[in-house]
Design a binder for this molecule. Structure first.
Ligand SMILES: [Zn+2]
Length: 283
């Protein structure tokens, strides 16, 4: 049984400065492909789920599927709810035993976000779960949540106050990364992440990971990005996997061969990230 809490995977990663990949699984094929990758590479792993995916399957179905797949492996894996602006959805996931949630109050005023985030932290404490916090909108829309524009930066003192006083475990800082495919090279605020880590010693979460260069990943992980989110690349691998297989074998009607091929593609993609992030062999 290797379902663990978020601090159990992020604590050692933050201390030793490697990154734990958090992939947005969408179904059983992707979830199983990712968990197999973690087991084969002996890497810790975060399975994260978007609100739309939760609404598609149901929080309890996702949780049960995750638990049953994770208990077959020795690698430590944890289940996280990605960008959730809705307190009720976060509460449902916590109640059925998810390990952590990102309460995304970046669309709210500072005060409202602070209040609601602290409220979710209270709920999470009751179920032994953890909370990721976000204060300024990370640019780019992900599964219908977010904005094309990155939110305006707040004074860094406000961010530090939010990080220290809401009770969150980790924080998604606004450092110039964006969700989706990058159209131009992003300008990354390495210095901002460095200052936040120095002030709080809190694990940072890197959003908009798909499409960053290995050098950018390595620099940010060295500064304290312990959780690295990969969503767009997984979606691409998944869709391309089906397309490639069906185009190559238009008369193949064995579903197990088809989904087996896609699952294998997901596993390979994940393993490549474990290598880049330095988490391979850490479990
Ligand atoms: Zn994100």
């Amino acid at each position: 049984m290797s379902v663990v809490s978020l601090p159990e995977v992020l604590g050692p990663a933050f201390e030793q400065r490697y990154g734990v990949a958090a992939f947005n699984a969408v179904d059983d094929i992707t979830m199983d492909g990712l968990i197999r990758a973690a087991e084969e590479s002996r890497s810790p792993l975060i399975i994260q789920i978007s609100v739309k995916t939760v609404q598609f399957w149901g929080a309890d179905v996702v949780k049960d599927m995750f638990t049953n797949m994770a208990r077959r492996v020795a690698a430590p894996v944890t289940l996280h709810l990605d960008h959730c602006p809705d307190t009720a959805v976060a509460q449902t996931c916590l109640e059925v035993g998810w390990n952590s949630v990102l309460f995304d109050g970046s669309g709210l005023s500072y005060e409202e976000n602070f209040r609601k985030t602290a409220e979710i932290v209270k709920l999470a404490n009751q179920t032994g779960a953890s909370v990721e916090g976000e204060l300024v909108t990370v640019g780019g829309v992900e599964d219908g949540i977010g904005s094309d524009e990155e939110g305006a930066l707040l004074p860094i003192e406000k961010e530090i106050e939010f990080m220290r006083e809401t009770g969150i475990y980790c924080y998604a800082p606004p450092i110039g990364t964006a969700h989706g495919f990058y159209r131009t090279e992003p300008i990354i605020r390495f210095d901002r992440m460095q200052r936040l880590v120095e002030a709080t010693h809190m694990p940072m979460v890197l959003h908009g990971g798909s499409g960053l260069t290995n050098d950018v990943f390595k620099r940010l992980i060295a500064l304290g990005a312990a959780k690295v989110n990969i969503s767009t690349d997984l979606k691409k691998t998944y869709a391309d996997g089906f397309r490639t297989y069906l185009e190559a074998k238009p008369t193949e009607y064995n579903p197990m061969k088809l989904i087996g091929a896609v699952r294998g593609d997901v596993t390979k993609m994940a393993q490549a990230y474990f290598k880049i992030f330095g988490s391979e062999g850490k479990a």
